[in-house]
Design a protein around this ligand. Structure first.
Ligand SMILES: [Zn+2]
Ligand SMILES: [Zn+2]
Length: 131
């Protein structure tokens, strides 16, 4: 075994290993962000909107509750008094998704996405589109 090369080889190996670890970290970060978007954690409610890069706010007509039927109970907690229909809009690819649901006075003001969950909010959007 000739001497001299060993040191260089070890240094190159260490450099390659560091580069590989950097790539791995970047990939993990990308995957984490994708997972966040897919589970809806990256969504924003209309109240959060403050950037210029976002689409124009949704139509008042779309957010209007004039045509929305009031359920018998609050969808958030099951209460049967002080019920009212509320609408909420979330940013979606190409614009907004607006859904409506029945809430009591206590639940009004809470995030519909948190109260209903992503699947529940989706059906609230489908429901609102029917009237
Ligand atoms: Zn409630
Ligand atoms: Zn509605």
């Amino acid at each position: 075994m000739p001497g001299g090369m060993g040191t260089n080889n070890r240094a190159n190996r260490a450099k390659k290993k560091a580069a590989r670890e950097r790539q791995e970290r970047a990939r993990n970060e990308r995957l984490r962000r994708q997972a966040e978007e897919m589970t809806g954690l990256g969504w924003h409610t209309v109240d959060d909107l403050d950037g210029d890069d976002l689409p124009a706010p949704p139509d008042d007509a779309l957010l209007s509750t004039d045509q929305c039927p009031v359920d018998a109970t609050c969808r958030g907690c099951g209460a049967a008094t002080e019920l009212r229909v509320v609408t909420a809009a979330l940013t979606a690819p190409g614009g907004y998704e607006v859904g409506c649901t029945t809430l009591c006075g206590d639940c009004d003001g809470r995030s519909l996405l948190q109260l209903l969950g992503p699947a529940g909010f989706s059906s609230a959007v489908e429901h609102h589109a029917t009237h």
